[in-house]
Design a protein around this ligand. Structure first.
Ligand SMILES: NC(=O)c1ccc[n+]([C@@H]2O[C@H](COP(=O)([O-])OP(=O)(O)OC[C@H]3O[C@@H](n4cnc5c(N)ncnc54)[C@H](OP(=O)(O)O)[C@@H]3O)[C@@H](O)[C@H]2O)c1
Length: 273
């Protein structure tokens, strides 16, 4: 990545994952900053990753070309209002706070327009995240590339052209890991009913989920094609899928994702208060 200096306001789980991903991808720790109120957290980040750590959020703004806001959504308003970007209009701000729209955030930042909002997900903590990204019109191509490279340090990233679509991203990939965990939980329980011990049920389930995801990623074919290919007429897979279809699995997912999208909208309205 160019020679941008990248800072994080909030040094929690996500910041640590992103800082770790950035150093692993070759960004020198001397170009990385983090601010956090907790002295122990700062000392750990400085010791483990070699980054600059400070208690002063404004120091990150002064030192960096890119500032990632990585605090909880509930404190983002207060934190953003406490930053002074007036002498740093060229700074690219990336917010990873779930549910906070860029319009109020820009206002809290004194009208700052070089603003990207990212919706990452929890697998970012193990380097396998996927993030949705939205840029305000004030962000140029170079700014988009920088934001994308930062999020790619912990997985992959995809742009949406309308901020409303980040609510759909939230419903699919933000909340999505939990859907797969529920499926795994249900499969493990059902495997137990068939006589398998818990450890074996877990291993078979998790490895199958991982293998299916890997196949889907590498095949570059629609899931429907992959499913048909492993479903012989009259076979075991067809027997299981008939039960799932009869239980209206597709309808359930349609309603579940719409519920998540609607809740994301409600939460955004609450956070704007
Ligand atoms: N974790 C995920 O998988 C995930 C997924 C999608 C989006 N996100 C978003 O990413 C953001 C960070 O999540 P996280 O899981 O990393 O949360 P986290 O672990 O709680 O990290 C937030 C950090 O910000 C610090 N902080 C609190 N007040 C601050 C202030 N005034 N100035 C500077 N730092 C302050 C907190 O310190 P204290 O603990 O001492 O308060 C904490 O270390 C959230 O907005 C969340 O919505 C996270």
């Amino acid at each position: 990545m160019d020679d941008s200096r990248i800072g994080f306001v909030g040094g929690g789980n996500m910041a640590r994952a992103l800082l770790g991903g950035l150093t692993a991808s070759g960004v020198g720790p001397d170009r990385l900053w983090v601010s956090d109120p907790d002295e122990v957290a700062r000392a750990q980040l400085a010791r483990d990753l070699g980054v600059h750590a400070t208690a002063d959020n404004q120091a990150v703004v002064e030192a960096c070309d890119v500032v990632v806001l990585a605090v909880k959504p509930q404190v983002l308003g207060e934190v953003a209002r406490g930053l002074d970007l007036s002498s740093r209009p060229q700074v690219l701000v990336i917010s990873i706070a779930a549910g906070v729209r860029t319009e109020p955030l820009s206002r809290w930042l004194g009208g700052h327009e070089r603003l990207v909002r990212a919706m990452p997900n929890t697998p970012a903590l193990v380097g396998s995240g996927v993030a949705g990204l939205y840029a305000r019109p004030g962000v140029d191509e170079a700014g988009r590339e920088t934001a994308e490279r930062i999020l790619r340090a912990v997985g992959t990233a995809v742009w949406v052209e309308s901020e409303d679509l980040l609510d759909a991203v939230t419903a699919v990939s933000g909340s999505g890991p939990a859907y797969f965990f529920l499926v795994m939980e249900a499969m493990e329980a059902a495997a137990g009913e068939l006589g398998l011990d818990a450890a074996t049920a877990r291993l078979l389930t998790v490895e199958t989920a991982f293998g299916a995801a890997k196949l889907a990623l590498e095949a570059h074919e629609p899931a429907a094609v992959l499913r048909q290919r492993v479903t012989s007429p009259g076979g075991t897979t067809a027997a299981a899928l008939a039960v799932l279809e009869a239980g209206d699995l597709r309808g359930l997912f349609t309603r579940a994702l719409a519920a998540a999208r609607d809740r994301a909208r409600e939460l955004a309205a609450e956070l704007e208060g």
